[in-house]
Write a protein of this length. Structure first.
Length: 323
């Protein structure tokens, strides 16, 4: 089968299309014919092994997983003898961080993994970006326990995580202020934002409004800069560990002062998560935003584009061209 393969860490050019063995399946596994996948920040980080400590997970000298990719949508082609949840011909989508392998024509996943039947009425290219950024956003919204009427600021509202967060917060009845660049203000308003701040025209950390929750969905700010935006008892979240890894430790320290706090939402990546996202999509409460589409043969170009930091929503890789 064709797959995007990398045998060393480095820039996008370390990835190449090659023929590799089709994955085998065990008694509890499902073989998926992948029709569409994505390239996202997670893929870029694992490919480049940045930050360096990631090599503890990915391989100290060279990558243990040669085929990356976390998101997918496709058709079940075969099932193990013990599989009862899925059948040949089912249209499925899911998330496979850790095992990876979605940048290929075939993928083997356990039937109890982060896989579910696709949302009704969606194409493979529309469904494939439905889990990665959105599951981080959903984990943050739930960890914050956002309630109707609360004020929430989302910094980086055009990314895969941020665009999902705006929609999921509005679904909960929050009042959302979204921060983005000039070119995408109308897009973000269309996602449901009540107010949009253009970060190219003003410093959002100097905003006069205060918030119950501030969510930095691109990891480019800090609690120190955003603290003044929070109401007493307000919560700060970031999608990244922070420049000094502080977002892992601040949740342990800030509660001691009984004021504004930092929380870090560790995402749960199980089957229930994918089913919840499917339900949100099917009911029209969330829709993944798609920026660009590339064929599998041009996946290096997709990596380059994602690493510009300018993508809006998601970048989709077409493995099987739509008919």
């Amino acid at each position: 089968m064709r797959a995007a393969v990398h045998s060393r860490y480095g820039p996008p050019d370390v990835v190449a299309i090659a023929e590799v063995d089709k994955p085998s399946i065990g008694d509890q596994d499902v073989l998926v014919r992948v029709h569409a996948t994505t390239v996202n920040r997670t893929d870029c980080a694992y490919r480049a092994a940045r930050p360096f400590f990631m090599r503890v997970l990915t391989g100290l000298v060279r990558p243990r997983r040669r085929v990356l990719g976390t998101e997918y949508a496709g058709v079940v082609e075969a099932v193990g003898s013990g599989v009862t949840s899925f059948a040949v011909g089912d249209r499925v989508f899911g998330y496979n961080e850790g095992a990876f392998g979605t940048h290929a024509e075939y993928l083997s996943v356990p039937q109890d993994g982060a896989i579910a039947t696709m949302p009704a009425g969606m194409t493979f290219e529309e469904a494939a970006p439905g889990t990665e950024g959105s599951h981080y956003a959903l984990s943050t919204v739930r960890s914050a326990d956002v309630q109707a009427g609360q004020d929430v600021l989302v910094y980086g509202a055009t990314g895969a995580i941020g665009s999902a967060a705006v929609q999921l917060l509005k679904d909960r009845g929050a009042r959302v202020t979204a921060v983005c660049g000039t070119a995408h203000m109308e897009l973000v308003k269309g996602l449901g934002a009540d107010r949009v701040v253009d970060y190219t025209a003003e410093d959002f950390t100097r905003d006069e409004q205060s918030y119950d929750v501030v969510f930095d969905s691109v990891g480019k700010s800090t609690f120190g800069r955003c603290r003044r935006l929070l109401k007493p008892g307000g919560l700060y979240f970031s999608s990244e560990l922070g420049p000094w890894g502080q977002n892992v430790f601040l949740p342990l320290v800030t509660p001691l002062f009984r004021g504004r706090r930092v929380k870090f939402a560790f995402p749960i990546e199980g089957q229930q998560m994918v089913q919840d996202l499917r339900d949100l999509i099917e009911t029209g409460r969330f829709r993944p935003v798609i920026d660009r589409r590339y064929p599998l043969e041009q996946i290096v170009d997709a990596y380059r584009y994602v690493e510009t930091g300018q993508k809006v929503g998601n970048v989709v890789i077409t493995v099987v061209p739509p008919t």
